[in-house]
Design a protein around this ligand. Structure first.
Ligand SMILES: [Fe+2]
Length: 213
């Protein structure tokens, strides 16, 4: 699986995408990258064979599909997949999709605004998830960090879930989706032997911060 290893190149791609669609997802992406690096450093200390540059760049580029504009649905995941796949980075392309599906290939309908996704796109997304199989740690870490970082920095999953829910609404499947994130969080915390909230600096300040809605 090929990933972007060069941080300068990944940043160049992100900066260009931000010029096309300059919204808060840019700062969010920078923070997801930083959070991913903090977690992967801990995982490598425990003996897992992971590369910090891969994780950091995957965090930078997970929402690259937003270059096309804002969509509530997972259409940005599809656009990101196509973009990264055409560049030849299949590993990054898959993470553009997997981060939107915390329950892996189960409960795919839990993704927000799934009904807005055209059927040909749904078929391709389901095909990508099924072909990819179980998530590896890069997929898991970026999925988790997507919920751990916003445009202002790092936050708790609970605060991010409520903020996203207030802005975009919830549906019948929201709790199933949340459980997907908590399962990843628990698996990683068991491995690193500490709370993920102890890793990114200043995360405790989030309890005093104004809720975005
Ligand atoms: Fe994201």
């Amino acid at each position: 699986m090929k990933y972007i290893l060069d941080r300068a190149y990944a940043r160049e791609l992100l900066d260009h995408a931000n010029q096309l669609n300059p919204v808060p997802w840019y700062k969010h992406s920078l923070n997801v990258a930083k959070a991913a690096e903090y977690i992967v450093i801990e995982l490598t200390k425990k003996g897992l064979n992971l590369d910090c540059d891969i994780a950091y760049n995957a965090g930078l580029l997970h929402d690259i599909g937003r270059y096309k504009g804002f969509t509530k649905s997972v259409i940005h995941s599809y656009d990101g997949y196509k973009f990264m796949d055409e560049l030849g980075y299949q590993g990054n392309a898959i993470i553009c999709v997997t981060h939107s599906f915390p329950c892996e290939h189960n409960n795919i309908e839990t993704s927000s605004e799934w009904d807005l996704v055209p059927s040909y796109m749904k078929d391709e997304l389901v095909g990508i998830l099924n072909k990819n199989g179980s998530y590896d740690f890069y997929n898991k870490v970026i999925t988790l960090c997507d919920a751990l970082a916003d445009e202002n920095g790092f936050t708790t999953l609970e605060k991010r879930f409520i903020s996203v829910g207030l802005r975009h609404g919830t549906n019948l499947y929201t709790s199933i989706r949340w459980k997907g994130f908590y399962e990843i969080k628990e698996e990683i915390e068991l491995l690193i032997g500490k709370s993920i909230y102890s890793l990114p600096p200043g995360i405790e300040k989030t309890i005093y911060a104004k809720m975005e809605y």
